[in-house]
Write a protein that binds this ligand. Structure first.
Ligand code: COA
Length: 122
């Protein structure tokens, strides 16, 4: 699984495997959800697999690949993800990568609950 920077100005990075797009990762403010309280102590990251590739156990490696890329390019002291509270699948995957939940909030857009999770970098 590799990655291909698409547009370094906006923080979006394509995840590719054997030349095929399998998902994306995003770094910076585009990884935030309106209504959450954010500071500069961590780098936000988010993303997703192509819908037909979910549910097959590929997510952990996809997110780990993104974290490696983010660590090498941005050298953050911590990463932060914001996950919908209903999205237990995503929470399991990021917890398996060392993220711990910090707080929950309701999005100002549609009132849905989200959880903010962080992982300190070594
Ligand atoms: C979130 C995402 C990366 C997870 O990757 P994935 O490969 O689909 O996840 P997996 O199939 O490995 O499932 C992860 C775990 O959740 C469990 N799970 C799956 N569906 C579940 C559900 N509805 N409820 C509870 N657990 C569930 C799986 O059994 C697995 O458990 P395990 O850790 O014990 O093996 C991927 O689904 C994705 O990109 N989704 C679209 C975008 C998205 O949701 N982004 C999240 C924002 S951070």
């Amino acid at each position: 699984m590799g990655r291909l920077p698409t547009d370094s100005r906006n923080g979006y990075v394509a995840l590719v495997d054997k030349g095929e797009l399998i998902g994306y990762r995003v770094f910076g403010p585009d990884g935030r959800v309106p209504g959450g309280e954010y500071d500069e102590s961590a780098l936000d990251t988010g993303g997703g697999l192509r819908p037909e590739l979910t549910g097959r156990g590929l997510g952990k490696q996809a997110i780990a690949t993104g974290l490696e890329y983010g660590a090498a390019h941005f050298r953050p002291t911590a990463f932060r993800v914001t996950v919908a509270s209903f999205n237990i699948r995503a929470q399991r995957v990021v917890q398996g990568l060392g993220f711990v939940p910090n707080r929950t909030f309701n999005a100002t857009t549609d009132g849905r609950s989200f959880v903010i999770m962080t992982r300190r970098q070594p």
